[in-house]
Design a protein around this ligand. Sequence first.
Ligand code: GDP
Ligand code: MG
Length: 484
Amino acid sequence: MGLLKEKLSWLCVEETAERRQTMDYDKKSDYDFQGEESLFPDRETRETFRNHFIETVRPLIELIDSLRLIGLDEDIGLPSIAVVGDQSSGKSSVLEALSGVALPRGSGIVTRCPLELKLQRLKNGPWTGTISYSGHRETFNDPLKVDNLVREAQNKLAGNSLGICDELITLEISSPDVCDLTLIDLPGITRVPVSGQPEDIGDQIKNLILKYIAKSETIILVVVPCNVDIATTEALRMAQNSDPEGLRTLAILTKPDLIDRGAEIDVLNIVQGKVIPLSKGYIIVRCRGQSDINDRIPFDKAMEAELEFFRNHNYFSSLLNDGKASIQCLADKLTKELADHIKKSLPTLTVQIQNKRLDLQRELKNYEQGPPLEEERMGNYLNDIIMEFSDQIYELSRNGHSRDKNIYALLGDEFKKWDSRLRSTEESFKASVIEMIDKYNEKHRGRELLTLSEFCEYECFIKEHVSTLEEPALEMLKQVREHD
Ligand code: GDP
Ligand code: MG
């Protein structure tokens, strides 16, 4: 009940905040980033325009972040951008380029929990990072720590093996070198489990991805390498299933430097939306390849090299002017898309928050009354509580793959120990039963059918056996309770 009240008071605060933000937003003139360079040729005007853009967009992004922080996304869908793609398609490289921070990478499954990356651009000031997950929060000033801290968080949430978990890790980065953006990175799609991974890892990952992309409030960022057949990629197929009209899907094509010679025209057609049309379109980017990383090429140099690559490309140079190529272009487009998306979602969000508030108020009222005093209503009340309890236990035991939530995973070891204890007494129990029956037969040789008192003898024997199990059973119960 305390939790409910707390959530309700948050909803009231947030709703007022939201109204205020919407009003502020409406006062401001609309923004558009496209063609900014040609509209404002001198640098100073362009900088003013950019700052105005940032000031307009930031309150919207911050508003949604603050709603997510209080856990409202569990109740209603909040506008967000989810990054999906096959393993090694280049997701981390794109996020790295956008954030300027080296994220964990390597072969195989690296992203094992959803990672919310909140980027906040500062006018000036030092680089600051904050990582938070399941009650833990830590602020740090060294970008090189990101990799280890994210790995540590994943190990704590998803275990040290290669499993995944659906609990969110949030990484906030404030710096003058990032754009204002919040993205959620998801584990890469994989088909074949490697050793140490559960058999159904592919399905677990797909379910986790679906949880995010199925919501109509999510912009789906599909990352696809240029050097594969895009139409057959699982990530795009999943996006198409969740967003059949392609209204909220934006595709990023990576690794343009690895295209087979002769396939450039095909890729160009894809970027221009001639093959699979998406209303938010395509952007092609070139990130740091493995050799750039080995050579420790810094991000800013890599971005210059990227622009150089597109400028000099026989087929793709025109894409640069069309706003369809480069990380910079992607950052601008994503920020604009997210802000537009938030602005469009605000009215429905307000309605959803109001409805949720009414629901909670109604629920709260039920609790305030407490158990009914009239005898004829007591039965139903008790019944409801028992049903609710059993639903929650059912939910707890079935739901989630997270070790923290799944009661089977959590208590599996205890039950295994109990099972082997029972099995270890099986043989001696059988032997004692046979011995008892033999003794009985010996004693009653020549008599007729068993009488009730003789059944009692058997019952006493069983009771005695059960009583020897009582103490270990209570001990196990204690262990289970201590698991919280
Ligand atoms: P993820 O599994 O989807 O996160 O993929 P990664 O970002 O870890 O990328 C997989 C590999 O592709 C890494 O070795 C990257 O360095 C490399 N890579 C990513 N983008 C590019 C690119 O544009 N060009 C080249 N040559 N390699 C890239
Ligand atoms: Mg990755």
